[in-house]
Design a binder for this molecule. Structure first.
Ligand code: NAD
Ligand code: UDP
Length: 315
């Protein structure tokens, strides 16, 4: 991106959003962080609030917003199953009304707009690994639908605003991402396992633990965001951003126990409905169009994340 742009980050007080705000400031941009603190934490951006080019606004993206910006990153949406299922109607509103409001803002200001979409648009995939051309296998009525279908509708809105109003869009489909500043109680597998291991409590494996995920470290993901945002107007995505190295959930648990030197035991709990059996991004497009691929191995990223949670739990 050009130096010194005015960049809006919706969901900027969340896990990924806070790292993005930090990176944009470091690159010399002005950052307007917009968040309603549903799953975000003021603590995540506390170190930024006194910086002269940083502005923080409590705002819910389901309501219109009138500001002047050059670029928008639309990240506002709860991302962990327990949080997005807590108030499913609000989750859908956040994805759909939030996209309409952010796209309307982009249309008026002629800003370039990035959408944080998700591998959940592929649902419980029947194609493996998942390329962008795969239309997905989503249960539209299930407990994950408020998130999956909300994000799918948001993608539709992005493409329609692009075709109908010439809005400059960039759509990334993010696969499971982890790192410092994940919420300790958000119920996602990496944060759950680390907190359980550090407190020597049982590690909660849902189902048989043979389901797979591919885990991307947050700095790798942000490198992908920046490369995507820097592409010319003819490249709009969607593009998968994720780490293609696939692990079973049981392997993840064993690695976390090893790295924390924990006494925790693995226990089996019921598998939630519609939990995808396998997930791995096909990143051929990201490699060719963005010259991007992840660099941080799971073991190394987990060490940083464990360090973060160790300090958090101590405080
Ligand atoms: P997060 O829950 O930490 O961050 C989401 C942020 O959005 C929070 O700060 C929350 O308070 C805010 N928010 C929620 N509803 C809002 C609303 N109506 N108005 C304003 N702010 C609102 O989650 P994250 O992991 O940082 O995810 C960020 C984005 O990336 C989300 O859109 C998520 O769907 C997407 N994503 C994340 C992952 C992942 O593995 N972390 C994977 C795929 C997609
Ligand atoms: N999972 C688990 N134990 C936990 C939390 C999650 O076994 O304490 C499993 C979950 O059932 C899923 C995988 O880990 O198969 C990833 O779950 P997460 O909620 O992190 O992300 P998503 O399912 O959205 O990919």
């Amino acid at each position: 991106m050009r130096a010194s742009r005015r960049v809006l980050v919706s969901g900027g007080a969340g896990f990924i959003g806070s790292h993005l705000c930090e990176l944009l400031l470091a690159e010399g941009h002005e950052v307007l962080c917009v968040d309603n603190y549903f799953t975000g934490w003021r603590r995540n951006i506390e170190h930024l609030v006194n910086k002269p080019r940083f502005e923080l606004m409590r705002h819910d993206v389901t309501f219109p917003l009138y500001v002047e910006v050059d670029d928008i990153f639309n990240l506002a949406c709860p991302a962990s199953p327990i949080h997005y299922q807590h108030d499913p109607v609000q989750t859908l509103k956040t994805s759909v009304h939030g996209a309409i409001n952010m796209l309307g803002l982009a249309k008026r200001t002629r800003a370039k707009i990035f959408q944080a979409s998700t591998s959940e648009v592929y649902g419980d995939p029947t194609v493996h690994p998942q390329p962008e051309s795969y239309w997905g296998h989503v249960n539209p009525l299930g407990i994950r639908a408020c998130y999956d279908e909300g994000k799918r509708a948001a993608e539709t809105l992005f493409f329609d605003y692009h075709r109908q109003h010439k809005v400059r869009i960039k759509v990334a489909r993010i696969f499971n991402t982890y790192g410092p500043r994940m919420h300790p109680n958000d119920g996602r597998v990496v944060s759950n396992f680390i907190v359980q291991a550090l407190t020597n409590t049982d590690i909660s494996i849902y189902g048989d633990g043979n389901q797979t995920r591919s885990f991307c470290y947050v700095t790798d993901l942000l490198d992908g965001f920046m490369k995507l945002m820097a592409t010319g107007d003819d490249f709009i995505g969607p593009v998968n951003l994720g780490n293609p190295v696939e692990f079973t959930i049981r392997q993840l648990a064993e690695l976390v126990i090893e790295l924390t030197d924990s006494k925790s035991k693995l226990i089996s709990l019921p598998l939630p409905a519609d939990d995808p059996r396998q997930r791995q991004p096909d990143i051929t497009l990201a490699r060719s169009a963005l010259q991007w691929e992840p660099k941080v191995a799971l073991r190394d990223g987990l060490k940083e994340t464990i360090d973060y949670f160790r300090k958090l739990l101590a405080s």
